[in-house]
Design a protein around this ligand. Structure first.
Ligand code: NAD
Ligand code: MG
Length: 396
């Protein structure tokens, strides 16, 4: 990304992507440096990270964690609190690349701030592109910023199209593992528990994206992400279920040729690529042994059992703030499911309800996107409350 050492600000360093990023940095101390870290509630881990990486400053959002981090490492580093703290760090001049790995809508404004400060973005936080793809794309070109995907599918697509003329891409095929409930019917899914949904077969990730993978909303969000990253219409983005997660995605070209990118399922590899692009720095990650794997299989996604994928396509085709409404309703639904307030199949129902009832408009300003997010969250939260009341009445 830059010659010499790539100096990083890792947003969400205590999360799954953040921890994998720090592992990539540990393995390549000459290629990468850490200047800033941020965390939410895991004070203990952030404190350890400060001792190890000695960042110039950290930002902490959870108030109890702020106190804990200040008292433990306040002498070693500057500690900023809350969302303002995230913005303060995002706007700093002395780093090269933001690793945008907060989860959900919370990642939007810090990422926008970093783009405005001219920083390159290694993007894990797909929700940012889902809700504000139009704005982010515009800002990146205005500020000459590179937006490099960390998401393994989009990293695969980027690697397939490197060196190809842009007009030659005719179709993108995103692969999906199918999650822990692949093969189950809609009825069989109504009683699955958060514990079952959190057991992803191939990847170890944060809880929100793990639930998104179980509902196939993750793939839906990735369809929207691919649209903005690679300027491809919904009709030219396909999803195929590939349970082994070895082919990370494919690109079909205008002459009928198809390229795929393969690798072991390890997020450190796409993180490493995003941080070294357009170069390839040697990396000591597990190697793929095709003979050992033996078989790669593919099947159509089942959108009857997993309607979230269809809803995401609908929102992308509707355009404007529809994807922001989809995303907000999904964030509320996933939190309610994890909290035991909503059934697994209730997640898609709540999102569909929100898309039907919250009015979408243009998504060309941050204000419009934030307003759509707020409206969808309050609609979805009211529905959850309504469901909780019904459940109480039924029990009495
Ligand atoms: P995670 O839950 O493990 O980590 C999230 C990070 O964000 C943590 O550091 C947490 O402290 C911080 N955070 C959470 N809420 C916050 C808030 N309100 N304000 C400030 N900070 C907050 O999540 P993850 O699995 O690392 O995923 C991060 C992003 O990367 C998501 O957008 C996800 O979709 C995407 N992604 C993850 C993976 C993966 O393998 N984990 C793969 C592809 C894409
Ligand atoms: Mg992915």
């Amino acid at each position: 990304m830059s010659s010499g050492t790539n100096i990083l600000a890792v947003f969400g360093s205590t999360g799954s992507i953040g921890r994998n990023t720090l592992e990539v940095v540990r393995r390549h101390p000459d290629a990468f440096g850490i200047r800033y870290l941020t965390g939410n509630s895991n004070a203990e881990l952030l404190i350890e990270q400060v001792h190890e990486f000695r960042p110039a400053a950290v930002a902490v959002t959870d108030p109890a964690a702020v106190t804990a981090v200040k008292s433990a490492v306040g002498e070693l580093t500057e500690v900023f609190a809350g969302e303002d703290g995230l913005m303060e760090i995002a706007a700093r001049s002395d780093y090269d690349t933001m690793v945008s790995s907060l989860v959900g809508f919370a990642g939007l404004l810090p990422t926008v701030t970093a783009i405005r400060a001219g920083k390159n973005i290694a993007l894990a936080n797909k929700e940012t592109l889902v809700v504000a793809g139009e704005i982010i794309s515009r800002l990146c070109s205005e500020h000459g910023v590179q937006l490099l995907p960390i998401d393994s599918e989009h990293s695969a697509i980027l690697q397939c199209i490197v060196g190809e003329p842009g007009h030659s891409v005719s179709r993108i095929v995103l692969t999906a593992s199918g999650g822990p409930f692949r093969g189950r019917s809609h009825d069989e899914l109504s009683a699955v528990t958060p514990e079952q949904a959190l057991r992803h077969p191939n990847w170890s990730m944060g809880s929100k994206i793990t639930i998104d993978s179980a509902t196939l909303m993750n793939k839906g969000l990735e369809v929207i992400e691919a649209h903005w990253l690679f300027s491809v219409d919904a009709d030219a983005i396909d999803v195929v279920v590939h349970p082994q997660s070895i082919i990370h995605s494919m690109v079909e070209f205008s002459d009928g040729s198809v390229k795929a990118q393969l690798g072991v399922p390890d997020m450190k590899i796409p993180i490493h690529y995003a941080l070294t692009w357009p170069d390839r720095l040697a990396g000591d990650y597990d190697r793929l042994n095709m003979a050992e794997i033996g078989t790669l299989t593919f099947e159509e996604p089942d959108t009857e059992a997993f309607p979230c994928l269809r809803l995401a396509y609908d929102a992308l085709r509707a355009g404007g703030t529809a994807p922001a409404i989809l995303n907000a309703a999904n964030e509320i639904a996933v939190a309610a499911f994890l909290d035991g307030q909503l059934s697994f199949t209730g997640i898609a129902d709540l999102i569909e309800d929100s898309l039907q009832n919250v009015t979408a408009g243009q998504a060309d300003t941050l204000e419009a996107v934030i307003a759509a997010d707020t409206a969808a969250r309050s609609f979805a939260a009211a529905q959850i409350e309504h469901i909780a009341e019904l459940n109480t009445t039924t029990r009495v």
